[in-house]
Design a protein around this ligand. Structure first.
Ligand code: BG6
Length: 481
């Protein structure tokens, strides 16, 4: 037992995204999304970054997001398992291409909505609070191919229509929303969030910043729609946060780390939370070869950003990173859509992500100081190779250790004064990895019998961490085992 105090009503749960678990990519009238053209394999990011990548499906390759873990047909069973763990909330996303198959239709696909009616009702049956990400790396493919992705201002209208449809349909049942998953990840890999690849302008940073501006406007419109429906709705942003350290106390590295923080951790949240572009915008743009005059924005849009900031900051936290501009050579590591300098004080996951629970306490303090708004850790977890025994049981003590240390770090930050709403570990059930398309990169409390080629029984099995997390929730974070 520990002496950790989590607030009453703390939202313990888990997180997923439609494109990584639903499968059924052509059922119920669903159209294709960006995720449907990403093949399996650790080189999927490199492939997509190649100049000749044109969003087409190669019949010789396997596309794991097409089948996910077949949650579309197993969702009742999956939610029953979440309920058994005692989830207070469940974060999932709505596949835009189930509701607007091409993204530019004027009427929604009723069959797609019916699926989410059933999913939400299933959560509510167990008093699980749904937490919905409106757009999570699943832009309808037509919006990338025909319209050129988020750099095109027409996408603001398409997103507004989609957001209005789902907010109007579900606002009486769903209180917590987020507008865009990891909106800032486009700094590293703009295809997922913005639908930008080399062929439609990803290499020109002007397009990335224009796309962000358009997304900020879309996000503000979603906040406006939601609050007009019900002022009590809580609509957040969602950023990828990697606590960023200077390699050493050399002022050059310190300055570089500060600028890295502005560019990668803070820029998007600064706009979405404070409602205006930060003072360093001009210099950040200039460092990326972009002038303010290159961007298409109106006073009316800036007013909208000011009037409709988000209610809370949702963020993912898996790892920290290090900035070093003073050494020509340094040991490098992989990371969440980005690589970096190795931190000699930290161990790494099987995929090279540097494990740093203290970094989460620092992140919570930094975000809390900067914004003074509620914080919601909507992704955290360990992607690891699980080795089930003959009974399909996985003794995942390594995952329990990772989560325990991060939960202690959250408790520390709450003690430091941070207002933390909840914690939803990523991939609470095994699902397809976003960066590599692998099933073998598992995060779940629930093992899904499926391999990297989509073969298996698709049966669900509880891991050791399942019972551990159940007791964490039941004790409101007091009993960390
Ligand atoms: C976040 C994303 O970047 O990290 C998720 O929001 C993703 O979609 C998660 O799955 C873990 O990354 P990966 O590449 O291990 O699946």
């Amino acid at each position: 037992m520990s002496s950790i105090d989590f607030p009453d009503g703390f939202l313990w749960g888990g997180a997923t995204a439609a494109n990584q678990l639903e499968g059924a990519y052509r059922e119920g009238g669903k159209g294709l999304s960006i995720a449907d053209v990403l093949p399996e394999g650790r080189d999927r990011i490199d492939l997509v970054n190649k100049p000749d990548f044109d969003f087409s499906i190669d019949p010789k390759k396997f596309y794991p997001n097409h089948i996910g873990i077949d949650h579309y047909h197993h969702f009742k069973e999956d939610i029953a398992l979440f309920a058994e763990m005692g989830f207070k909330c469940y974060r999932f996303s709505i596949a835009w291409s189930r509701i607007y198959p091409n993204g530019d239709e004027t009427e929604p696909n009723e069959e797609g909505l019916k699926f989410y009616d059933a999913l939400i009702d299933e959560c509510l049956k167990y008093q699980i609070e749904p937490v919905i990400t409106i757009s999570h790396y699943e832009l309808p493919l037509t919006l990338a191919k025909k319209y050129g992705g988020w750099k095109n201002k027409q996408l603001i209208d398409f997103y507004e229509r989609f957001a209005r449809t789902v907010l109007t349909r579900y606002y009486k049942k769903v209180k917590y929303w987020m507008t865009f998953n990891e909106i800032n990840s486009a700094a590293h890999f703009p295809v997922m969030g913005q639908g930008l690849v080399t062929a439609n302008g990803a290499d020109d940073k002007k397009n990335v910043y224009q796309a962000w501006h358009n997304q900020f406007v879309g996000s503000a419109k979603a906040v406006k729609i939601g609050h007009e429906l019900d002022p009590h709705l809580k609509i957040g942003c969602m950023i990828l946060y990697a606590t960023t350290y200077s390699y050493d106390c050399d002022p050059k590295n310190q300055l570089a780390a500060l600028q890295d923080n502005q560019a990668n951790n803070f820029f998007c949240a600064d706009v979405q939370v404070r409602g205006h572009y930060p003072v360093y915008t001009k210099s950040l743009l200039a460092r990326n070869g972009v002038q303010l005059s290159d961007l298409d924005y109106t006073q009316e849009e800036l007013d909208l950003l000011a009037k409709y900031p988000v209610d809370y900051i949702g963020f993912s936290y898996y790892m920290s990173s290090v900035v070093d501009v003073t050494h020509e050579k340094h040991e490098t590591v992989n990371g969440n859509l980005m690589g970096g300098v190795k931190n000699p004080f930290l161990k790494s996951s099987d995929w090279g992500w540097q494990i740093d629970p203290t970094g989460l306490r620092i992140a919570l303090n930094q975000l809390s100081d900067r914004y003074e708004k509620p914080l919601f850790i909507v992704e955290n977890g360990l992607g690891a190779v699980d080795r089930p025994d003959a009974n399909h049981y996985v003794a995942d003590d390594y995952r329990i250790d990772y989560l325990r240390e991060h939960i202690k770090a959250i408790a520390g930050a709450i003690d430091d004064g941070a207002d933390v709403m909840g914690y939803t570990p990523w991939g609470c059930i095994d699902l397809v990895s976003a960066s590599t398309g692998e099933m073998s990169k598992r995060y779940g409390f629930i093992y899904v019998d499926e391999d990297n080629n989509g073969q298996g029984s698709f049966k669900r099995y509880k891991k050791k961490s399942f019972d551990w997390y159940k007791q964490v929730i039941a004790s409101n974070g007091q009993d960390l085992g």
